[in-house]
Design a binder for this molecule. Structure first.
Ligand code: BG6
Length: 474
């Protein structure tokens, strides 16, 4: 009983939130570089405000982030010390193709990840690679309009042709697009989209999503052609919707809200647009333009496993009186009176993880992989930089217990678990450093001050013990 023998314990990061080195060794600029910390951030990531270059008076946290570009050996050694079996990271597209539309890749960028993957293997760590984690070369946005343009499929295909061949034997687990459903909530992150006055945003988002879905199917095809050992996953920002009450209207609304997210995964796992989704698009006057063999591609190249992030469940109500919302998260949710919340207003619901896992497994019967879960919290280090983060341990422990129940009691097939931000990094939604998730403290603040020194937190040894006991000793 318990987790499978080869259970992949580990942690997760994304290039733009940890690497820094934004212009090192020929790297090109990406959307994620030009999103500042501060009040304009939300408008930019949601496509309401256009920012495609560095502007005076702003601080751009991704430029240096935690400088993992130059410190990855030290960081991976620490992951190895914790006993990580896997490390989820993303490649920065613009390191490999600085503009995105070149025919030849940038060797220095390719070499960087090759060395990094080798470093992982040195420590017995299997890399799990997200091909696109919210990043898009800025040139592709300026010149082509990001993923609204079908040409992006070809550029993404070039990237895949190069990386699958170059990293054959070094990387086996791939994710095509991080949180693909995020395109609806943060389209600049999800697809390099921003909108001009009067544009039909929903139409553009769904067209861009179609391009990503086709690109994802092509990536899956190439991955399997290049190496039949490759396993490719989709990636969902998950979290079950609960009806606020048992009023049938609330229950229906919860089901519909879940479907808004499943829509993308249904295509990637089942190979077809779901009937409910097509009807909804039709009702809303959205028409997706497709090319002749798109549907065949989607049908023939479905993913091998389903990965997802889980931070919280969500709640909906049809009663206008029930309108207290939770803050922080990009997904709209009514406040759940039964749950506590984090310092950023994200609700904490370990049992919701088990519920979400069961819904996904019931729906698809394919192996699951939890590739993000964690608590963003304010850490206060002592004079030696040590953080006693019992709150983080408590959060993770409760979630691991729930996922264990999903495996042991419900029979869900789970490949692994990577906590989000295993080392402190820049927050995607707020751009802050003080929203910390890590087992490793990084000395850097919201304004970019600090030595970048790494220090193990209390949770470091706790997680080491969890991994060593394959989740028995919590
Ligand atoms: C997920 C993203 O949405 O949530 C990560 O895939 C992100 O990139 C994580 O960092 C946590 O969100 P935040 O806003 O606290 O960084």
């Amino acid at each position: 009983m318990g987790f499978r023998e080869d259970f992949l314990w580990g942690g997760a990061t994304a290039a733009n939130q940890c690497e820094g080195g934004y212009n090192a060794d020929g790297r090109g600029l990406a959307n994620v570089d030009v999103i500042p910390h501060g009040p304009d951030r939300r408008a930019i990531i949601t496509g309401k405000k256009k920012m495609l270059d560095f502007e005076e008076g702003y601080f751009y946290p991704a430029k240096e982030a935690i400088d993992m570009y130059h410190r990855y050996k030290e960081d991976i050694a620490l992951f190895g010390e914790m006993g990580f079996k896997t490390y989820r990271l993303s490649i920065a597209w613009s390191r490999i193709f600085p503009n995105g539309d070149e025919t030849e890749p940038n060797e220095a960028g390719l070499k960087f990840y090759e060395d990094l993957f080798k470093e992982c293997h040195k420590h017995g760590i299997e890399p799990l690679v997200t091909i696109t984690h919210f990043d898009c070369p800025i040139h592709l946005i300026k010149e082509y309009g990001g993923w609204r343009n079908r040409k992006l499929i070809d550029f993404y295909e070039n990237l895949c042709q190069v990386i699958f061949r170059r990293y054959k034997g070094l990387v086996k687990y791939w994710l095509t697009f991080n949180e693909i459903n995020m395109i609806l909530h943060a389209p600049f992150l999800g697809a390099g989209l921003y909108f001009e006055e009067g544009e039909d945003e929903e139409q553009i988002k769904y067209q861009a999503a179609h391009h990503e879905l086709v690109a994802s199917a092509i990536a899956t095809r190439i991955a399997h052609e290049v190496d039949p050992e490759n396993k490719v996953g989709c990636m969902l920002a998950a979290g079950e919707y609960y009806p606020y009450s048992c009023r049938p209207e609330d229950v229906l609304k919860a089901q519909q809200s879940d479907r808004d997210n499943y829509f993308f995964i249904d295509v990637q796992v089942r190979g077809e647009y779901p009937a409910y989704g097509l009807k909804k698009l039709e009702r809303n006057g959205i028409k997706i333009e497709m090319e002749e063999n798109d549907l065949e591609l989607l049908k023939n190249h479905t993913v091998d496993f389903i990965s997802f992030s889980y931070y919280s469940s969500r709640v909906v109500s049809t009663d206008p009186e029930v309108n207290e919302k939770t803050s922080g998260n990009l997904f709209a949710s009514v406040k759940n009176p039964y749950l506590k919340q984090s310092e950023w207003g994200w609700q904490i619901d370990p049992l919701g993880l088990r519920i979400t896992m069961n819904s996904l497994y019931d729906r698809y019967q394919k192996p699951l992989f939890i590739v993000e879960n964690g608590l963003g919290a304010i850490d206060t280090p002592d004079e030696n930089g040590y953080v006693e983060d019992d709150y983080r341990i408590e959060y993770l422990k409760a979630h691991i217990e729930a996922m264990k129940d999903a495996v042991e009691l419900d029979g869900v097939d789970l490949l692994g678990y990577t906590t989000w931000g295993c080392i402190d990094l820049v927050s995607a939604s707020t751009g802050e450093m003080k929203k910390r998730y890590g087992f490793i403290y990084v000395d850097r603040d919201n304004e970019g001050n600090g030595t970048l020194k790494r220090t193990k937190k209390k949770s470091f040894n706790w997680y080491k013990k969890v991994i060593a006991s394959n989740g028995e000793d919590l």
